[in-house]
Design a protein around this ligand. Structure first.
Ligand SMILES: [Cu+2]
Length: 175
């Protein structure tokens, strides 16, 4: 499915995003922080969700999303390698893991063109070191969503964060 992706240099990060980034990094160790009250995003006013990719993990370690809400997903690559955020269930993750493993070591560059069947594509955002990509996306009501990176080796090294589908104002609906 098409998504409009905007690439931003980290130098262009607005101060507000840097504050949010700092908050995200501050919670990177230990248990995920309790879910603060979330106002679900709508198409005209998407909720900002920041995912920071490093070598090799994501912050936050659990991503809280509301089914049906529209988010403005900002994927920041604060690592040295190219990373990606693929959001989908286990079947989606497995499809990308297999597709990218098949081209591991293809010269040059870490992100050769790979694809998977549309029904297994999920959402894929590839971000080079030092960049940020912004994507507006509507969260599906799909259990078992995961944010994963399938640049060869990264997923097995722990580059995955489960999505916790939550209901605004209630306890997490699933973990
Ligand atoms: Cu990665």
């Amino acid at each position: 499915m098409p998504h409009r992706v905007q690439t931003v240099s980290l130098r262009a990060l607005p101060a507000l995003a840097l504050v949010a980034l700092g908050a995200a990094l501050a919670t990177c160790s230990g248990q995920p922080a309790a879910t603060p009250p979330i106002t679900p995003g709508v198409p005209g006013a998407p909720r900002e969700v920041i995912i920071v990719a490093r070598d090799d993990r994501f912050n936050p370690s659990v991503v809280d999303l509301v089914p049906g809400e529209t988010i403005l997903l900002r994927v920041v690559n604060a690592g040295l390698e190219t990373h990606e955020a693929i959001i989908g269930d286990e079947a989606v993750q497995a499809a990308w893991e297999a597709a990218e493993a098949a081209v591991a070591g293809a010269p040059p560059g870490p992100t050769p063109a790979v694809s998977v069947p549309p029904e297994l594509a999920g959402l894929r955002v590839v971000v080079r070191s030092g960049e940020r990509k912004d994507v507006a996306w509507t969260v599906p009501d799909t259990p078992g969503l995961i944010v994963g990176c399938h640049i060869p080796g990264h997923y097995l090294r722990g580059m995955r964060s489960p999505v916790r589908l939550i209901v605004p104002g209630a306890q997490p609906a699933s973990t």
